[in-house]
Design a protein around this ligand. Structure first.
Ligand SMILES: Nc1ncnc2c1ncn2[C@@H]1O[C@H](COP(=O)(O)OP(=O)(O)O)[C@@H](O)[C@H]1O
Ligand SMILES: [Mg+2]
Length: 295
């Protein structure tokens, strides 16, 4: 459903997107994870046809974004990082506004609205002003507005940013339901627990996808061994371990540390209790990005 070849975009000196390839089949949830400034938003904006790339090609549902932008726009739903809801309009009025914008016919709109409100469990709030919704509910409303023209592909830019954990889980249950219905989903997130819910994940860094695979593949590919380390003085131990021989990365994890050691390296003596663990995606990404920053 999404085919991207060698996509690139530069802003002056900044190579925001530096040769991205993507191939996403129908029904997949594909996640892009990466630090601020990695190029996630610029990538999505190019896919949505809002910004022209400098080079490369983008095909969505078989249509070229550059030569056939209208056909692509009909088939995608793009939810921007700062989606424009109207605070003084109610939930339902916001939906009507976006339906008009996309030229959705009244006859299809009414049943669709009911369906979306039920799916997101927003029916009781349909008459509430958007400004008075919680963060999680605002994001659900933005998602509904994005779905009104029945897109086949959803591009969601950090849709759960700043939303509480319970609402984030709620939001993901909705996304999973959409995908079961045949939707294809490209989502960016800063939350690694969400990346674990994607079928495949790409790690983006400085405009490039430096790792792509299923969460399990990414964990298996990462060189080195992951340990959880407990110590009385975690901060002191962290300072001591950073840059020590054999240590690939050190990351605080609650009251302990997660440490990647080069394969075969032994835990340094003299500090803390070391326990070998299965790395989480977050450990993998910290390790990969710290490795990439060394070059
Ligand atoms: N309109 C713009 N003008 C100039 N620089 C931009 C513009 N949009 C993005 N950038 C730069 O491009 C890089 C990638 O930004 P962005 O795509 O927003 O990353 P992300 O979404 O991963 O945080 C950053 O260095 C950012 O400052
Ligand atoms: Mg962004």
């Amino acid at each position: 459903m999404i085919e991207v070849r060698q996509l690139a975009k530069r802003f002056g000196e900044v190579e925001a997107v530096a040769g991205v390839d993507l191939s996403i089949p129908r029904g997949e949830i594909f996640g892009i994870v990466g630090p601020d400034g990695a190029g996630k938003t610029t990538t999505l904006r190019m896919l949505a046809g809002l910004v022209d790339g400098d080079s490369g090609t983008i095909t969505i549902a078989g249509r070229d974004v550059r030569t056939n932008p209208d056909a692509v726009r009909d088939r995608i739903g793009y939810m921007a990082q700062k989606f424009g809801l109207y605070g003084d309009l109610t939930v339902e009025e916001n939906m009507d506004f976006y339906a008009d914008l996309f030229g959705v016919e009244r006859v299809t709109l009414e049943p669709l609205k009911l369906k979306l409100l039920a799916m997101t469990r927003m029916t009781p709030f349909r008459a509430r002003q958007a400004a008075k919704l919680s963060g999680g509910m605002k994001q659900k409303l933005a998602l509904m507005c994005t779905l009104l023209h029945a897109p086949e592909v959803l591009l969601l830019d950090e849709p759960t940013n700043g939303v509480d954990p319970v609402s984030r889980r709620d939001f993901w249950l909705i996304l999973e339901e959409l995908v079961r219905g045949g939707m294809t989903l490209l989502v960016t997130t800063a939350y690694l627990d969400e990346a674990e819910r994607c079928h495949r994940v790409a790690l983006m860094h400085r405009g490039k996808l430096i790792r792509v695979g299923t969460p399990a593949e990414l964990k298996a590919q990462t060189p080195g061994e992951c340990y959880e380390v407990e110590a009385a003085d975690v901060r002191g131990l962290r300072a001591q371990l950073q840059g020590a021989p054999g240590v690939l990365s050190v990351k605080p994890a609650g009251a302990s540390l997660h440490v990647f050691l080069r394969s075969g390296a032994l835990p340094p003596i003299g500090g803390g209790e070391w326990r070998r663990i299965e790395p989480a995606l977050e450990d993998v990404f910290v390790s990969v990005i710290e490795g990439a920053n060394e070059h």
